[in-house]
Design a protein around this ligand. Structure first.
Ligand SMILES: [Zn+2]
Ligand SMILES: [Zn+2]
Length: 141
C-alpha cells in the first residue's frame, strides 16, 4: 500500500510505502514550540519507505526537523545517529489515519493548560523500549 502526502504549499510531495504504523502524540516542549500547538502527532516509519516525489531541493533541515523552505510545514524528524528511522508528521498525509494515537510521550513537559482526553498510556519521557522499537523499525522491510 502506498499513500501520498505534501506540505501546505504543495511544493514538497512524497510517497509512503507500506502501512502507516501506530501513531504517537509527543507533548515535548520542542514539538509544542515549533508547531505552536499542544502536542504533535507522528508516526515512526522506516526511512526507506519514504520517497520524495517533488520539491526535494526545497526541504530545509534544522537540527532533526525537516520542513518546507517555502511554506514552513514540518514534514518529518530524523535523528542524525538514526538515519534509517523517520518520524513522519501525520497531518501531512493526504489520507488521514483512521485510528487514534496509541500512546502519549514526553508528558513530563506537556502544556500545563492541556488535558489529555483519552485513556491511552502516557510516558513522562520516551517509553523505556523506544530504542529497541527504533532498532526493529530500521530492520523492517
Ligand atoms: Zn511547502
Ligand atoms: Zn516532541
Amino acid at each position: 500500500m502506498t499513500q501520498t502526502g505534501r506540505c501546505h504549499c504543495g511544493s514538497v510531495k512524497y510517497a509512503l510505502d507500506g502501512e502507516v504504523p501506530p501513531i504517537i502524540n509527543c507533548h515535548c516542549r520542542d514539538c509544542r514550540r515549533v508547531h505552536g500547538s499542544a502536542f504533535v502527532t507522528t508516526a515512526p516509519i522506516p526511512t526507506r519507505n519514504l520517497r520524495i516525489l517533488s520539491g526535494e531541493a526545497g526541504i530545509q533541515q534544522h537540527d532533526q526537523r525537516y520542513f518546507c523552505r517555502n511554506c514552513g510545514t514540518r514534514l518529518w524528524n530524523r535523528l542524525s545517529d538514526r538515519p534509517a528511522a523517520t518520524m513522519l508528521m501525520v497531518s501531512t498525509l493526504d489520507t488521514e489515519p483512521t485510528t487514534p494515537p496509541v500512546v502519549h510521550i514526553n508528558t513530563g513537559s506537556m502544556a500545563p493548560w492541556y488535558r489529555i482526553q483519552d485513556d491511552r498510556p502516557t510516558f513522562p519521557a520516551l517509553p523505556p523500549d523506544s530504542d529497541q522499537a527504533l532498532d526493529r523499525l530500521e530492520k523492517k522491510t
